[in-house]
Design a protein around this ligand. Structure first.
Ligand code: ZN
Length: 398
């Protein structure tokens, strides 16, 4: 048994338990959460004295790409497959060290997400729990050739069932579909629809018939409305969200979730290093301001997941940047902590096993040096001092 002594727990992430508490872990699971001092240290195989540091559930990133290790897109396409695999493993390692114990790979080439998901599940390599899409299924669209092998272009509704089956036969967990243009694609127009309502309905029906769902890349308002009507499960980015979109989600009762990814938007908008390409900077300016609608959606009851969508190079240099970026959009510390844990677990249908610190759940736990409720930016811009996944300490200095 591993005993975390004298932890600060956050009640809304710990089934109502408030710090200071002791948390006992045995095997893969949390065995008890009790007031500090209740469990005798002698009963534990290992005691971790937290001395008031904050214990949080392992975090989720519902929108990452192990594909993106650098912001130099030309380099990505020039890599050998071997190098791509090694890069992806090191990116997954970084995620784990940053406290993400569950990630969703939202598009990759060569089904590398599937391969690494299985290698991690089998214990061959260490990494976060992975849910993997395959390639991004996209209508023929401007700029898709920016990223070699990342997109599978498919046009017309009748062709989407075949595309979905080809992806699914490779073992993907869900389908990624492009509903609007992209920021990162050289000539992509984020606000513009690249699909039709008929194509969206066809891909959603194809996914349902295979027992899975669609995560749709979607920035523009018309695209968001089409995605909600078609029954897409997660709308990625959701940049130009309006009150009409929020109303429609609530009216349909579909629990359509939004997965904003404000890190790249905020990074390009602020351009702290003065290196943002002008054409990308121009694209994100309106997005940065439009993001202020997202907290309104969350407060109205729309599920909001956590996503970073950043390169490994940027993530390594700026831990916790998504917390900073969402704070600029108006989210509170409590809202963000919920989104990165319990709310993302609910979106993936995992809240019976993950997302909070409660007896019986899997022991995915992270320790922060500082209190995230008093200063979310300061507490998250440093990597966690300990990360545990399924009862195993995967990094930490205790
Ligand atoms: Zn993405």
């Amino acid at each position: 048994m591993i005993l975390f002594q004298n932890a600060r727990l956050i009640s809304f992430l710990s089934g109502g338990a408030d710090g200071p508490c002791d948390v006992a872990v045995s095997g893969k699971h949390i065995r008890s959460v009790v007031p500090a001092g209740t469990i005798a240290a002698g009963k534990a195989d290992k005691v971790i004295p937290l001395e008031g540091r904050t214990l949080l559930p392992g975090m989720f990133d519902l929108h990452m790409h192990m594909y993106f290790v650098t912001d130099n897109f030309a380099d990505l396409g020039a890599r050998s497959l071997n190098r791509h695999l090694i890069d992806s493993i090191s990116y997954l390692n970084l995620f784990l060290m940053r406290g993400y114990t569950t990630v969703r790979d939202c598009g990759n080439s060569h089904f590398i997400g599937v391969t690494l998901r299985d290698a991690i599940a089998e214990g061959i390599i260490k990494g976060p729990r992975v849910f993997a899409a395959g390639t991004c299924i996209s209508p023929t669209a401007k700029g898709n050739d920016t990223f070699p092998d990342l997109y599978t272009e498919v046009d017309r509704p009748e062709n989407l069932m075949g595309a979905a089956r080809r992806e699914y036969s490779q073992g993907v967990d869900f389908l990624k579909y492009m509903a609007t243009g992209s920021v990162a694609n050289d000539t992509g127009e984020p606000g513009a629809c690249v699909t039709t309502p008929e194509e969206l309905s066809a891909i959603v029906e194809a996914a349902k018939s295979l027992g899975t769902y669609v995560a749709a890349h979607c920035h523009g308002t018309a695209g968001i409305l089409h995605c909600i009507r078609a029954g897409v499960k997660t709308i990625e980015h959701a940049s130009f969200l309006t009150e009409e979109c929020i109303r429609l989600i609530l009216e349909t009762g579909s629990r359509t979730a939004l997965v904003p990814t404000l890190s790249p938007v905020c990074e390009l908008y602020e351009d702290r290093e003065g290196t943002a390409p002008p054409h990308l900077k121009a694209k994100v300016e309106t997005m940065f301001h439009a993001a202020r609608m997202l907290p309104t959606a969350g407060r109205a009851g729309v599920p909001i997941g956590w996503g970073t969508d950043s390169s490994m190079k940027f993530s390594a240099a700026h831990p916790g940047y998504e917390f900073y970026a969402r704070k600029q959009a108006g989210f509170s510390a409590e809202e963000m902590l919920r989104q990165a844990t319990i709310e993302s677990a609910e979106i993936l249908g995992l809240s019976d096993r993950l997302g909070t610190i409660e007896t019986g759940k899997l022991a995915d736990l992270i320790v922060l040096e500082d209190d995230p409720l008093s200063d979310i930016t300061a507490a998250t811009e440093k990597a966690p001092v300990l990360v545990m996944k399924e009862g195993e300490i995967v990094c930490g200095c205790f």
